[in-house]
Design a protein. Structure first.
Length: 406
């Protein structure tokens, strides 16, 4: 970790003082850190607007807080039902869905509501999805024109299809494929193609300085130095191919880990970011920028099974993705604690060891950082908002509003 253990003591005292009346487990967001991260992300986007990724926040109040700051505009949602809820509750009138939908009921609601249809853009990457929407709406796009965005695969394929570096998302990889899909959208009635999106996960979602893995870090940096120029050329050509069939409103790209690099692409008009607002533990493995940790959850020490070990209640708040130690929460405050390799973060208890373990007593708190951002909110109904040494608000998470969407 790059954060000095001794420098966390003041933070520990501030959070403990602010939440002295709360019984763990609970979660907080430090608004001072949240706002500082939001401001820094805007600086890194170099004048291009940021679209906030709702899956990385999962709290309407905090989505609205980000959108109220200069430089932030629009939401990238993860389901159509969520997008409709965000429009209907006044969070945003510009919501791009990051993934294709097969929600027939939500599609019918979209096609039958002028406000929703004007505010929400669906993601597509194949004619099969267009056929599905047509069928769901009874053979056509319905009463309202449906806004669409084509997703371009941003993975790096240095030796063709034999090697795929990145995530498995869209099958649309070449400019020719993007142009063909755009032409098909233009041929059909009831649709309007307004955007192109690509997510360079091998850059935005992959830390280039993994702790204790110098060789792996060097390999990742080598890959990223070559992947980004290839994508810039291919994305520019794909956007040009799509523009021959559509009057695009936006070209979206990137994520927290690539804001500056993606914003430098002349074809991109806006960048997505979300995780950087909370600063989860996975971003400690990035060299270009490490957000200030802003989101935490507190667990109580409930037993001392042996010298040098303190056990907290619960703790198995595991992040999604590749199953590995990196997906476990990180004990953060007090500093100098670590998970035990033979147990890790458990469903009902988590033993901790390290230099500070012997100083912990039953009833003390240990503050954790989740490995990823928004998934923290899947474990709590409310988020306590801290500023300075006070709790200044309590707001519901998506879960607290009975809106999990997945």
């Amino acid at each position: 970790m790059s954060y000095a253990t001794s420098g966390r003591d003041a933070l520990l005292k501030r959070y403990n003082d602010a939440t002295v009346g709360l019984e763990p487990p609970f979660a907080i967001v430090d608004l001072d850190a949240f706002d500082a991260n939001a401001t820094e992300l805007v600086k890194r986007s170099a004048g291009k607007p940021l679209r906030v990724a709702s899956k990385s926040v999962r709290c309407r109040h905090l989505l609205g807080r980000a959108l109220a700051m200069p430089g932030w505009r629009g939401v990238m949602a993860f389901t159509l039902a969520e997008a409709q809820w965000l429009v209907q509750t006044g969070v945003s009138d510009d919501v791009l869905i990051g993934y294709p939908t097969t929600d027939r009921e939500a599609l019918r609601a979209l096609a039958g509501d002028a406000e929703l249809a004007a505010s929400i853009t669906l993601m597509v990457d194949s004619t099969d999805q267009l056929d599905f929407i047509d069928a769901a709406l009874g053979g056509g796009a319905g009463g309202q024109t449906i806004r669409l965005c084509v997703e371009l695969d941003a993975s790096w394929r240095p030796v063709g299809d034999r090697l795929h570096i990145g995530v498995r998302r869209s099958p649309i990889h070449t400019p020719e494929q993007a142009g063909a899909l755009a032409a098909e959208v233009a041929r059909r009635t009831g649709y309007r193609l307004v955007g192109v999106m690509s997510y360079e996960a091998q850059i935005a979602g992959l830390g280039d300085a993994p702790g204790g893995q110098r060789a792996r870090g060097a390999a990742i940096r080598f890959m990223q130095r070559r992947s980004m120029p290839e994508l810039i050329g291919r994305r520019g050509a794909a956007v040009a191919a799509v523009r021959r069939h559509a009057d695009l409103e936006f070209v979206n790209g990137g994520g927290t880990g690539s804001v500056a690099a993606t914003a430098a692409d002349p074809a991109v008009t806006e960048v997505t970011a979300g995780s950087g607002l909370y600063g989860p533990a996975l971003f400690d493995g990035y060299r270009a920028w490490r957000p200030t940790p802003a989101a935490f959850f507190a667990l109580p020490v409930v037993r001392r099974p042996a010298p040098g070990i303190a056990t907290v209640l619960g703790g198995g708040w595991i992040a999604s993705g590749e199953t590995s130690r990196s997906r476990q929460p990180v004990p953060w405050l007090p500093g100098g604690l670590s998970l035990i390799g033979t147990e890790g973060a458990g469903e009902v208890q988590t033993p901790l060891t390290g230099a500070r373990a012997d100083a912990l007593r039953v009833g003390d708190r240990v503050w954790f950082r989740h490995a990823k951002a928004g998934e923290l909110c899947e474990h709590v109904d409310v988020v306590h908002l801290v500023s300075g040494d006070r709790v200044v608000g309590v707001v519901p998470s998506y879960r607290g509003e009975s809106r999990t969407f997945l």
